[in-house]
Design a protein around this ligand. Structure first.
Ligand code: FE2
Length: 203
């Protein structure tokens, strides 16, 4: 990934007048299926969406907020498959054109601070960044375990996290950075991902 060219060069996204404007889940899936051909990427986006929704609900946020979190996770990589050199500018512009709640757009813009140059501010911003890479590592680990997610332990994930040759494309640096920004120990993040991603119905 090229570092400089993906910089969004702005910190504000969407229009506050669109607060609470969302896509339905059907509309979001239609966009995802329209833009993303890669099945592995689709699974990743659905897993991150599921984690975001689960975390919002665990925090006691209501259904409307949890749906926004879900959408941010579900759509965060929507443009990666077809337009990697415009990631994540393309999906941001699409959601702005569709007059979607700025909180969702901003969270998507924050999921790679060192690429996009946008600082995570809200909890939604921080958690999308925190779940993104970690979710990929846990999923890769599940694929090499005969039992998948069943019986998976935090210490097993940590071992893979330390082994830089395992799922080498997963940025350990981003996982650490995201955990620090969210002020959540990496172990707690792993435990949440293991507990919730395994039961994901990929909705
Ligand atoms: Fe992602």
């Amino acid at each position: 990934m090229q570092t400089l060219s993906l910089n969004l060069n702005r910190q504000e996204f969407g229009d506050p007048i669109n607060k609470d404007q969302v896509l339905t889940l059907t509309e979001a899936h239609a966009l995802l299926n329209d833009w993303v051909a890669n099945d592995r990427l689709k699974v990743h986006m659905k897993q991150v969406g599921h984690l975001m929704k689960a975390y919002a609900l665990e925090q006691g946020l209501g259904a409307v907020e949890a749906h926004k979190w879900h959408l941010a996770g579900l759509l965060h990589d929507a443009d990666w498959d077809q337009w990697p050199d415009q990631h994540c500018r393309k999906i941001i512009e699409e959601l702005e054109a569709r007059a979607i709640d700025p909180a969702i757009i901003r969270a998507i813009a924050c999921h790679g601070p060192r690429y996009f140059g946008v600082e995570p501010r809200t909890l939604m911003d921080k958690m999308l960044y925190a779940f993104d890479e970690l979710s990929g590592l846990v999923h890769a680990y599940s694929l090499m375990r005969p039992e998948g997610y069943i019986g998976m332990e935090v210490k097993g994930v940590k071992k893979r996290l330390k082994d830089k040759t395992f799922a080498a494309q997963v940025s350990r640096e981003d996982i650490e950075d995201a955990a620090q920004r969210a002020a959540i120990p990496v172990d707690d993040l792993i435990a949440f991902v293991v507990a919730n991603q395994g039961s994901a119905e990929l909705n």
